[in-house]
Design a protein around this ligand. Structure first.
Ligand code: PKZ
Length: 193
């Protein structure tokens, strides 16, 4: 079952997709002074306009789009869930654009746990489950994650002990395991933010 479908984008989803493309293009380019000035001008104008439209968290669109890859966040590495059996298992595809470059063609190390935290969030907070948060998350970097490469991932629940959910995940480039992660998610008690 494919969970995140980008086929029928709402206008807001299209804006987030456009922002993701923009960040990739910006990170890949070396704009000259004239282009930089034009960009600065346009960005300043949009920043001012959007500040006028600021709303409370519960009314925002950004990062709350179940129909869009990465639930509509532009600064999370792109991923799509192809097989969803939460809370047991998820599998899918991911890709790190130039926006996530660390150096020498490899993704920045901090962006890989960001992807894992997202996947664990899906597993631990799937429909009908009480909300939980990451207590810890460790990542082992086995082999570089190259930007622009099509990657695959699997994430699964290892065991559950009361309020504690122990989760594991793997990110692969073909047959090569590039990174592995283990995390503990703890179910929130009433009143915890
Ligand atoms: C509309 C869109 C749809 C999209 C579709 C949904 C997709 C969805 C995607 C979401 C993607 C984002 C998901 C990201 C999720 C976060 O990233 S959340 C943000 C990062 N995490 C945080 O900010 C958490 C900060 N910490 C805390 O709030 C608290 O420490 C915690 C984690 C809630 C635990 O506090 P607590 O409830 O007071 O825990 P406490 O009672 O002391 O301990 C409970 C047990 O856990 C153990 N424990 C607690 N902490 C630890 C630790 N660090 N290490 C080891 N053991 C620990 C304790 O030892 C205890 O064990 P037992 O004695 O029961 O055996």
């Amino acid at each position: 079952m494919t969970v995140n479908v980008e086929a029928s984008l709402t206008q807001h989803d299209a804006v987030v997709t456009g922002l993701r493309d923009f960040l990739d293009a910006l990170a890949s380019a070396a704009p000259d002074e004239r282009s930089s000035q034009r960009l600065l001008h346009d960005l300043a104008q949009w920043t001012e306009d959007l500040r006028q439209d600021a709303v409370e968290e519960s009314h925002r669109h950004y990062g709350r789009s179940p129909t869009l890859a990465t639930a509509g966040q532009a600064t999370t590495p792109w991923y799509v869930v192809d097989e969803a059996a939460p809370p047991e298992r998820l599998a899918g595809r991911a890709s790190f654009s130039n926006f996530f470059l660390g150096g020498r063609g490899a993704a920045h190390g901090g962006t890989i746990p960001l992807l894992f935290d997202e996947l664990f969030g899906w597993l631990a907070n799937s429909e009908g489950m009480p909300p939980s948060r990451t207590a810890y998350l460790t990542t082992n970097y086995r082999s570089v994650v190259r930007v622009g490469r099509p990657m695959t991932f699997t994430a699964w629940t290892d065991r559950v002990e009361g309020r504690k959910r122990f989760l594991r995940a793997e990110l692969r480039d073909g047959d090569t395991v590039c990174a592995e992660s283990e995390a503990l998610f703890v179910t929130l008690r009433a009143g915890q933010p």
